[in-house]
Design a protein around this ligand. Sequence first.
Ligand SMILES: Cc1cc2nc3c(=O)[nH]c(=O)nc-3n(C[C@H](O)[C@H](O)[C@H](O)COP(=O)(O)OP(=O)(O)OC[C@H]3O[C@@H](n4cnc5c(N)ncnc54)[C@H](O)[C@@H]3O)c2cc1C
Length: 496
Amino acid sequence: MLKMPEPDADVLARRKSIVADLRDIVPGEGVVDATSEMRAFETDALTAYRQMPLVVVLPETVEQVSRVLRYCHKNGIRVVPRGSGTSLSGGALPLADAVLLVMSRFNRVLDIDYANRAVVVQPGVTNLGITHAVQDEGFYYAPDPSSQIACSIGGNIAENSGGVHSLKYGLTTNNVLGLEVVLINGDKVRLGGKHLDSEGYDLLALMTGSEGLLGVVTEVTVRILQKPETARAALIGFPTSETAGQCVADIIAAGIIPGGMEMMDRPAIHAAEDFVHADYPLDVEALLIVELDGPEAEVDFLLAEVEALALRNGATTIRVSKSEEERATFWAGRKAAFPSVGRISPDYLCMDGTIPRKELPRVLAGMRELSEIHGLRVANVFHAGDGNLHPLILYDANKPGELAAAEAFGADILRLCVKVGGVLTGEHGVGVEKRELMPEMFNEIDLDQQMRVKCAFDEKHLLNPGKVFPQLRRCAELGRMHIHAGAMPFPDIPRF
Ligand SMILES: Cc1cc2nc3c(=O)[nH]c(=O)nc-3n(C[C@H](O)[C@H](O)[C@H](O)COP(=O)(O)OP(=O)(O)OC[C@H]3O[C@@H](n4cnc5c(N)ncnc54)[C@H](O)[C@@H]3O)c2cc1C
């Protein structure tokens, strides 16, 4: 059972008057309090957990966001920011006593500045919406999460999202130039802008990946790129996941940075092929899609290098796309991999860990052992080039004990990632999913220091509480808890 902060009984008792006050701030249909209408917001894409919020508020202007936050701050009411609700780590999971602040009505592109290669948007604009706004002029926004058709750029900022092209073009943090953020006390701050560097502390980077714990993003300025002259992809099949993993490590070691380098294992290949018929080879254990982009001559040269490395690692199939249509077909299976795995298992947990790339073969072998230990299947679909793994643990929520087994399996995979020198998350954030694992990676001093940063922005812990930090930490209590050899004191006391 997921432990969340104890609901504030006083806030629950005041619900009616809180709703009325919020209606004064956001009139019309911007406040939703009927149970049937709030149902749509009770979970994000980590659907194992659900909770009805106190009330849902959909502001339309920055002034309304500021007034809502100021009101909540003054009255001790918790706030959970939400974009499109596609978080896979439960980052937008509501709390029973919290306002769910949904930013989806902030859906306008405010400024397209080709000269400065910058676009200014509201946070509810979808990731793909930015590319749509500039593609006719030959530009695009590079970070491309698979959820890009739905996820909001505000959510991307909060989770520091990435995608297939992040290997070469960076994560969200490498493509954000500026933000407008409203703090919990209602103050509005601007960080960065269209310029490339900013003075003082890099608060823009701090805000990127802060999972809704430091402020509410109300405006985003991103960098746009010109589309590369050409892009071609190679579809490469291997007899084992280990040899595919070794090929990835060799490509990187050779100094080649593909536009994208993705890997799927046998269960994922079959699920994707059944679903979208991308003509994937079915007699291989692992499939790599390696895309090279840039000037044509460079792409041809590097593709030949990649082919040679693949053959040296025992590749049994190599096909290079000859047309845009064929390249898109290669990617179609990968892009549909998550939903297609949903067709072969009633439920799955999508994990997200990152490892040094040369550890890929070792971690893949370790995952197979863990699969046997926990008695659950795993399908692997991941950003191989970045070492960002997405093991999908297949289970059936209706079978008693399977969710718990899946969670234990997932935790062991992440421990393995940390053990080989990696980190707990690549792009999906910590949320509620990984918060209890934070001590695997950080010691008490690390966590306290991170909490001090949180406290500098939100001393009352009103913004998205229960997420990221592994236990109830209060600003005033910092430094008082003594942990010996990583063991928590009073382990039987519920923490969240
Ligand atoms: C099928 C599928 C595929 C996915 N593939 C990828 C992938 O390839 N790469 C990847 O990185 N992610 C992926 N994701 C995860 C998810 O899409 C991203 O984390 C995304 O950035 C979440 O955006 P959202 O608008 O849905 O945010 P939400 O889910 O609504 O919220 C996520 C977090 O952001 C905070 N937040 C949202 N808006 C704001 C705001 N305006 N100000 C402050 N905080 C805010 C919330 O409090 C929460 O902590 C995938 C998800 C799904 C369902």
